[in-house]
Design a protein around this ligand. Structure first.
Ligand SMILES: Cc1ncc(COP(=O)(O)O)c(C=O)c1O
Length: 381
């Protein structure tokens, strides 16, 4: 199934809604049946039929089918946020008293889930440097049930060898979950490397317009069905039909948005690398990244986010630089149409060694607009 077919045709049943090109938003909480027998059949097949929108809704289903196909997965569940995707997926695979190995510095709320919530149920997590597979092997215990990955992570972009880790995990009967938000399925397909479940903050690239918070869980029919009948229906963290519709619209332009962001990012990085204000630059496809070969093997394209540190460590100067840029908003998140910066000095004290780090996300502006803005304001530092 090619990408254009998935995005433009798959699951679009236009004849059932007046041949409209754009699908309808089925804004309903429940679905009525003409006979008790049909109602009974739907109740007995809740995953496939439409009974109640906490479970299934046709607008959301259409999105799930497209997301699963893009991932090369048998099935997908859409949820109300990336954090919900992570927590539904992790909780679904773990029992009280079991052990998780997680990559070091996962996304903040994934970390919170493992260190503050699962600990209440006697689930312990060992955080390891994910750049070396040996660290996963060494951390393994008889009760290890889950390996949690994020490749690359979203400040310093360390990668994990997905194929190697998945092979090791399978040999021990351990489940693997990856947060693939940085890449999307267009850049990296973890299931092809043997990973079991892929989770997304679909808020980022998939939605891409900074107007929806959403999450996705992709995997085998068996695992997704298990999550549907347990965590998904119980925690009730659904994506609304309205937001699913906005995401369907966003998918139409996903590949062109990623291409534009990727190309501009390489140009901006080229410019910054030649600036004498920059101390260090973190980016998977950077020539001096010790993991560049792994990045080239696992990732199909360079993506739009990277971090720099400045030689200048004075916070007032860094703040002035950030506030003077006209085309970069100071904000969390990424993956939208607009370029963003996230200054580390908003999170750490002025004497922290990381204080001059600044994360960039490159949106859909022209490269020259962004580079001119940076060139003009780097003089502040
Ligand atoms: C890498 C990563 N994973 C997951 C999330 C959580 O996604 P959401 O904000 O959609 O809940 C984020 C959010 O910033 C993230 O950066």
């Amino acid at each position: 199934m090619n990408q254009s077919f998935i995005i433009n045709q798959l699951a679009e049943e236009r004849e059932s809604y007046f041949n409209a090109v754009a699908p309808p938003i089925i804004q309903t909480s429940n679905f009525a049946y003409p006979t008790v027998d049909e109602f009974k059949f739907a109740i007995e097949n809740e995953k496939e039929e439409h009974i109640y929108t906490r479970g299934n809704n046709p607008t959301v289903d259409m999105l799930c089918k497209k997301m699963a196909a893009l991932e090369g997965a048998e099935d997908c569940l859409m949820v109300g946020s990336g954090a919900a995707a992570i927590s539904n997926a992790v909780i679904s695979q773990i029992n009280a008293g079991e052990h998780i190995i997680s990559v070091r510095n996962p996304y903040t709320w994934a970390n919170h889930l493992m260190t503050k919530i699962l600990t209440r149920f006697n689930v312990e997590t060992t955080f390891v440097d994910g750049t070396n597979i040996e660290n996963f092997i060494k951390a393994c215990r008889p009760n290890t049930k889950l390996i949690y990955l994020e490749s690359p992570n979203s400040w310093t972009f360390e990668l994990q060898d997905l194929k190697g880790i998945a092979e090791f995990a399978k040999s021990k009967g351990i489940i693997t979950i990856i947060d693939n938000s940085y890449c999307t399925a267009l850049c990296q397909k973890p299931l092809e490397f043997g990973i079991d479940l892929v989770v997304y903050s679909a808020t980022k690239y998939y939605n891409g317009h900074s107007d929806v918070v959403a999450g996705a869980i992709c995997g085998s029919r068996e695992k997704i069905s298990q999550i549907f009948h347990n965590e998904f229906m119980t925690l009730g963290n659904i994506l609304s039909p309205q937001n699913a519709w906005l995401m369907l619209r966003s998918l139409r332009t996903l590949s062109i948005r990623l291409k534009q962001s990727s190309e501009t990012t390489l140009k901006v990085i080229d410019f910054l690398k030649n600036s004498d204000k920059i101390e260090q630059l973190w980016y998977p496809f950077s020539n001096d990244n010790p993991q560049i070969e792994l990045a080239q093997r696992q990732m199909k394209m360079p993506m739009g986010m990277f971090t720099v540190s400045f030689k200048e460590k004075r916070v007032d100067k860094i703040k002035k630089f950030c506030e003077s840029l006209q085309n970069f908003l100071i904000a969390v998140s990424w993956g939208g149409h607009e370029s963003l910066i996230m200054p580390k000095c908003a999170f750490v004290s002025a004497d922290d060694p990381q204080v001059s780090m600044l994360r960039f996300y490159i949106g859909l502006e022209e490269a020259s607009t962004l580079i001119d803005d940076l060139e003009k304001n780097l003089a502040i530092l």
